[in-house]
Write a protein that binds this ligand. Structure first.
Ligand SMILES: [Zn+2]
Length: 395
């Protein structure tokens, strides 16, 4: 089929300008305008949307091998590994490098370390980028990272973003589940408490809220369902509850999707709601034609990218999620997207190969030594992702 025009049931559709979107992402990896300086602490997410967006566009070769290596090194430059005595439980990736001080002054270096800690969203997006670019994650201490995740779990089962404290809500529950799933290790993360928190956030109208007694929201509902799937607990919801959630999700379609009742339609919800419906196996119940037509209304045909609303400024976030929304409807030229991890199926399959390799290595360790080594414990059945998420195989 031609990439220039898509024909659904005889209706001529606007073409998706895939090459322009790829160039749009490359620009964000090369140079950020000064007005984005305030986003420095979350710069890792901009890189995530650009790299993963290029992957979904099958356009990673637009980045030279050298540049891909540079991106990998930049990501690792934000890795913090905890020191059990001085800075415990702070492992993970930072979004910004502004507190990585290069100096011969040891005191200054030591002081700067007090301000370095991993952030769950940056750790999730950092690992996502590394997997997408084909890194083998061998420089990551999986146990140390997951110890950091468990350390920010709150008594109610939710998670904060970092060890220094932050808001705790469903966004970071998702990030925690995604990190543990990608690293195939759950350590001391309390999945039962996680389940209790997630289900306590089901609201009277059957969507999920960020925290207890908040308002149901499309992005949050994705986070909740994805976390349940990634932690192998989606099957614990009963049939009636799942049907009610599907209904709430399907009713978010106007032409594109809105995040909450009576709110404006926005391109990114074609991913948040679309992925949630994919997780529940109900995506085919939406109107594809209306959804695609709305997303295409937000395409910038001159500089590339998608925006949240028609005639608005495009950005990497809405461009990535617009493309994912199109991918769910099998848009020609786009890769398949793994709904609950929000990376390409290609990157997810690479992760699964790493999981299998880690399992073999831990088995070898057990042959070499009867001692329970850290790595053999790391891949014991109760901790592993691969044995707890059979539903994912069905997607
Ligand atoms: Zn949006």
């Amino acid at each position: 089929m031609s990439h220039d025009a898509l024909n659904i049931e005889g209706v001529k559709q606007e073409p998706a300008l895939l090459k322009k979107h790829a160039k749009f992402f490359v620009r964000f990896l090369n140079l950020l305008p000064a007005r984005l300086a305030s986003h420095d602490s979350t710069r890792g997410t901009i890189a995530f949307f650009a790299v993963c967006g290029l992957d979904v566009l099958n356009s990673l070769p637009l980045l030279t091998k050298e540049m891909q290596k540079d991106v990998i090194e930049w990501i690792y430059g934000g890795l913090v590994t905890s020191n059990p005595e001085k800075q415990p439980n702070c492992s993970g990736f930072q979004g910004s490098r502004c507190v990585n001080i290069i100096s011969d002054d040891e005191q200054l270096q030591a002081n700067a370390k007090n301000y370095q800690w991993g952030h769950l969203a940056m750790t999730y997006t950092g690992i996502g980028i590394l997997a997408t670019l084909g890194d083998d994650l061998s420089r990551i201490d999986r146990k140390s990272i997951v110890d950091g995740v468990a350390a920010v779990q709150r008594p109610d089962g939710s998670f904060s973003a970092c060890v220094d404290g932050s808001e705790n809500d469903m966004r970071f529950v998702f990030c925690a589940a995604a990190i543990c799933h990608m690293l195939d290790y759950w350590g001391n993360v309390d999945k039962e408490k996680m389940f209790e928190f997630i289900t306590s956030c089901i609201r009277y109208d059957n969507g999920f809220s960020q925290y207890l007694e908040g308002e149901a929201h499309g992005g949050t509902t994705f986070c909740a369902l994805a976390a349940l799937e990634l932690s192998g607990q989606l099957h614990r919801l009963d049939v009636a509850t799942i049907e009610n959630i599907k209904r709430w999700l399907i009713f978010r379609q106007v032409n594109g999707f809105q995040g909450r009742p009576n709110k404006a339609v926005d391109t990114c919800y074609s991913f948040w709601i679309g992925a949630a419906l994919r997780i529940l196996g109900a995506f085919e119940l939406i109107d594809y034609e209306e959804n695609r037509a709305y997303i295409m209304e937000t395409q910038d045909s001159i500089v590339g990218g998608f925006s949240k609303w028609p005639q608005s400024t495009t950005d990497p976030f809405h461009t990535y999620f617009g493309l994912c929304g199109l991918s769910f409807m099998n848009e020609p030229g786009l890769s398949a997207v793994m709904p609950s991890l929000n990376i390409s199926m290609r990157a997810y399959n690479r992760l699964k190969q790493l999981h299998a390799q880690w399992q073999v290595e831990s088995t070898d360790d057990r042959f070499v030594s009867n001692n329970k080594s850290a790595s053999s414990k790391l891949n014991s059945d109760e901790n592993s992702t691969s044995v707890t998420s059979p539903l994912i195989e069905a997607q």
